[in-house]
Design a protein around this ligand. Structure first.
Ligand SMILES: Cc1ncc(COP(=O)(O)O)c(C=O)c1O
Length: 426
């Protein structure tokens, strides 16, 4: 063990880690493009874009220059009663990218807080209108973050059991599949008819942490239409899906219905700095306008609207909307689709699917697909030993790389996954 990992063991408490049994963490000291370089001179491909955030690759010089310029101009300033050029520019550009279907942008720090804010907007919208609606609807398997509101609308289980008694009232509909879609829509309508539902939150088209599970655009369209019909506010949690992950700028671009609120984070800053946005319609915003201060959204964080994170986001948008990146998104999308076609009958896989730049492969095992399976650890170690940082979710191995990945690098990712699958049979 290096002295750095020894000191880490002494002082650091890592996320999602059982420290008693965990191996020493990788010590990464440098990163460039899709590559992470470790203290001991090895390199690893960042196949999952560092928790699904890094869309342009590491150490991007353009983003670095823009952050530096911003730092010398204005680093950070209180955002209550104050504004600054980059926050305004970012808001304008995000609303534009969302086709101006939404009108207001609220700033926070990360994906969980963007969801927390969305949930508070929904509850307070009804409260301010003097209408009692207390229930929320979510989809089984959902993951919306680790703060209390976000946990409440997420899948219950090992991750949040100690806190369950503190969660608010949430109904979960089954994950929609081709077989059950019609029944699920019927049960949504039956629930909404109660008139008690304040909001419905979902990860549009694909559930991330549940194992990159894809569901149909048609289902989502119809579910949102039902919510509109019964005056239930809808929150599209695009924290993972935003910024071309699913092939379009946002997953909701693949449906007709429009939700009321969008949550954004992860790829927003290019995956370089923490920032969350909760984007709402003017109708929601207007419900907070009153003579009483108490009717305002009395929520904020010290780093709300951080100027460096805003500059990083604007720079990331410049890169994202360039032909170079849009072509790369299409190239990765095509490559994944080709791989899926070639391996749709591969006996090593339970299922294989792709959505835009996300490839999701469920490995065949006898262990079921819980996050806590042993196959996950074996796969993780195998990939590391071969120079790939891939963090499977249970038996689901997925590929959501930075968009600067080359064809040859992508081929090498497919190959190591196939090699791991083959090694299981030995
Ligand atoms: C769909 C979704 N929402 C919210 C979050 C929480 O984001 P954060 O980890 O930045 O708090 C995540 C994180 O993976 C996510 O995938």
């Amino acid at each position: 063990m290096s002295s750095l990992s020894e000191k880490d063991k002494l002082h650091v408490w890592h996320p999602f880690t059982q420290a008693k049994t965990a191996l020493a963490p990788l010590v990464i000291t440098r990163a460039e493009g899709v590559w992470l370089f470790s203290e001991d001179g090895k390199k690893y491909m960042d196949v999952n874009s560092s928790w699904w955030t890094n869309i342009h690759g590491h150490g991007n010089k353009y983003i670095a220059d823009k952050i530096r310029e911003q730092f010398l101009e204005l680093d950070h300033v209180i955002f209550a009663g104050v504004t600054h050029p980059k926050a305004v520019e970012l808001s304008e550009r995000i609303l534009n990218l969302l086709n101006n279907d939404f009108q207001k942008v609220f700033f926070s720090d990360n994906g969980s807080t963007s969801v927390e804010v969305a949930i508070k907007m929904v509850y307070q919208y009804w409260f301010n209108k003097g209408i009692s609606k207390k229930r929320f609807l979510a989809i089984e398997g959902a993951y919306h973050g680790d703060t209390f509101g976000a946990m409440s609308v997420g899948q219950r289980g090992n991750f949040n059991q100690p806190f369950e008694h503190l969660f608010f009232d949430v109904d979960f509909i089954p994950f929609p599949t081709a077989e059950n879609e019609k029944d699920v829509l019927k049960s949504i309508e039956a629930l909404f008819q109660s008139g008690e539902f304040a909001g419905f939150i979902f990860e549009p088209l694909i559930q991330g942490a549940a194992g990159m599970r894809i569901y149909s655009a048609d289902f989502l369209d119809k579910a949102i239409q039902l919510a509109k019909k019964h005056q239930v506010l809808t929150i599209a949690d695009e924290v993972m899906t935003g910024f071309y992950r699913t092939g379009t700028a946002f997953a909701i671009n693949q449906i007709k219905a429009r939700p009321d609120i969008i949550c954004l984070s992860k790829g927003l800053t290019g995956g370089v700095l923490p920032l969350g946005l909760t984007v709402s319609t003017i109708e929601i915003y207007n419900a907070f306008l009153a003579d009483e201060t108490a009717k305002a959204l009395l929520h904020g964080h010290s780093f709300t609207g951080n100027a460096l994170a805003c500059a990083s986001s604007c720079a990331s948008l410049d890169l994202l909307l360039s032909d170079n990146t849009l072509n790369a998104v299409q190239r990765i999308t095509n490559s994944h689709q080709k791989f899926v076609l070639e391996h749709s009958n591969n006996p090593m896989f339970d299922s294989i699917n792709s959505l835009g730049t996300i490839l999701s492969i469920s490995l065949k095992t006898d262990e079921g697909n819980s996050y806590f399976q042993q196959i996950r650890d074996r796969a993780y170690q195998y990939f590391l030993a071969h120079g790939f940082l891939i963090r499977p979710l249970g038996n689901v191995v997925f590929v959501n790389p930075p968009y600067c990945i080359t064809d040859a690098e992508l081929e090498s990712v497919y190959k190591v996954i196939l090699d791991f699958g083959a090694s299981l049979k030995k």
